[in-house]
Design a protein around this ligand. Structure first.
Ligand code: ATP
Ligand code: MG
Length: 425
């Protein structure tokens, strides 16, 4: 026997026992986005490599080392998308959705990054993302934050903290960078190797270090927040006041800079302490320069992306969660005898037609009564319907209760759908 294939490292199968949780989360997200007036957009999984280099930034972890890039038949360099914002902006420009318009969009799907796999960090992972275009003021920042806060409420997630910061305008940030570089150079010996390398290429990322040994030097660094341009400072004040008005709690994290280059002004992350190092479940902010940078007319932008695996992990940690969901069927139909087998086939179809939300499994593969009942029990069904040649002759089925002690009863074909509805209610 040859060795069985395995999935690619960091790329996971979502197994049947987990898909109800995914469906639940996806349904909540669809309902929620509709309730805020957002529309879905679906982009291809593969894009031109340059799209990501020009938007995310050449000197970022993603572009430097995490992208799955290949040359297509010796011609174009293509990349499996590591995130959705760049593709969404590309699609918006290409189809004329952005210029002089306002858009509220969402997408959901797999992203690819070649990272070291661990709990909550994979090489293929799913994001739900939301992008808005054409809104200048902080009201839209507040809206996307409020929408995410409502999701946590909807699915019962507690212990998530909202962190916010402002990166200011590009100009103010450039001026600040000079001060920061000066400070970091003065403290060069206290920096770890990664930060020494980033000092010149992407100094803001030094603030984002996860190395505890760097905490003191980072804490003492000049603060971007103190170097904001007036307009950005005002924008940030208004953002905070509106969050206060909604009763959405936040902490200001002056070292929150985000790993992608396109952000400006407001940035935010929702962080939990319950997933170890992979604590960020949602991250986003404004990217007012990105549309122009990718060849469109200057358009305001603001959005976020959530890592769905991390949210599923949190959901599955909730004790009450497992009973809430199941992919089990409601009814299992057993047939005994050749005539009943044929009749069962049409009976099952007719029940599915009459009760579209009924989950009914029809026994397949024959076998004696005992064997069929065992399968019925395993299916999770609440009732088994038994159709033998005798029942068929009487145009009825026998209903057996699988989860409670109740006598078996006979129900006529004509009453069956009504009776099933009553029994399952
Ligand atoms: P992290 O700091 O955890 O690497 P990031 O800043 O690289 O996150 P973003 O690019 O902002 O992440 O993506 C938004 C969200 O997508 C993250 O907050 C996280 O929930 C999720 N995410 C990012 N990378 C992964 C991954 N490799 N596996 C699973 N989820 C991920
Ligand atoms: Mg990352």
């Amino acid at each position: 026997m040859s060795k069985a294939f395995q999935s690619i490292k960091g790329m996971n199968d979502i197994l049947p026992q987990d898909s109800p949780a995914w469906h639940y989360l996806e349904t909540c997200l669809r309902q929620l986005t509709a309730s805020y007036g957002y529309s879905e957009i679906r982009m291809p999984i593969v894009e031109n490599t340059q799209l990501f280099c020009r938007s995310i930034g050449e000197v970022t972890d993603i572009v430097e080392k995490e992208m799955y890039t290949f040359v297509d038949k010796g011609e174009d360099s293509l990349t499996l998308r590591p995130e959705g914002t760049a593709s969404c902006v590309r699609a918006g420009i290409q189809h004329g959705l952005l210029y002089n318009q306002q858009q509220r969009l969402w997408y959901m799907g797999p992203m690819f990054r070649r990272e070291r796999p661990q709990k909550g960090r994979y090489r293929q992972f799913y994001q739900f993302g939301l992008e808005t275009f054409g809104f200048k003021g902080p009201d839209i920042d507040v809206e996307v934050i409020a929408l995410s806060a409502r999701l946590w409420k909807m699915i019962g997630l507690e212990n998530v903290e909202l962190q916010i910061n402002s990166l200011g305008s590009n100009q103010a940030r450039e001026a600040y960078k000079e001060k920061l570089v000066e400070y970091l150079q003065d403290n060069f010996d206290s920096l770890d190797a990664d930060s020494q390398r980033r000092l010149n290429s992407n100094p803001l990322r030094v603030l984002d270090t996860k190395n505890p040994a760097m905490k003191a030097v980072v804490d003492a660094a000049p603060k971007l927040m103190e170097h904001l341009d007036d307009e950005s400072a005002e924008h940030f004040e208004l953002l905070k006041r509106k969050l206060d008005a909604l009763g959405i709690a936040y902490v200001i994290n002056p070292n929150l800079v985000r790993g992608l280059d396109y952000y400006n002004r407001s940035v935010f992350e929702w962080v939990t302490t319950e997933l170890g190092a992979q604590g960020t479940i949602c991250a986003g902010g404004r990217y007012d320069g990105l549309v122009e940078q990718l060849g469109g007319q200057a358009t305001f932008g603001c959005g976020f992306a959530m890592g769905l695996e991390r949210i599923i992990l949190l959901l599955q940690q909730q004790p009450q969660f497992s009973n809430k969901l199941s992919s089990k069927c409601d009814v299992y139909l057993c047939t005994l005898g050749e005539q009943a087998e044929f009749a069962g086939l049409t009976l099952a179809e007719s029940l599915r037609e009459q009760l579209p939300s009924l989950k009914l499994q029809l026994h397949s593969g024959g076998g004696n009564f005992k064997k069929q009942l065992k399968k019925a029990d395993k299916s999770g069904a609440v009732i088994a319907l038994i159709l033998g040649d005798d029942e068929l002759h009487e145009k009825q089925v026998s209903v057996k209760h699988l989860r409670e002690k109740r006598p078996q009863e006979n129900v006529s074909f004509s009453q069956l759908s009504t009776e099933i509805e009553r029994l399952l209610a």
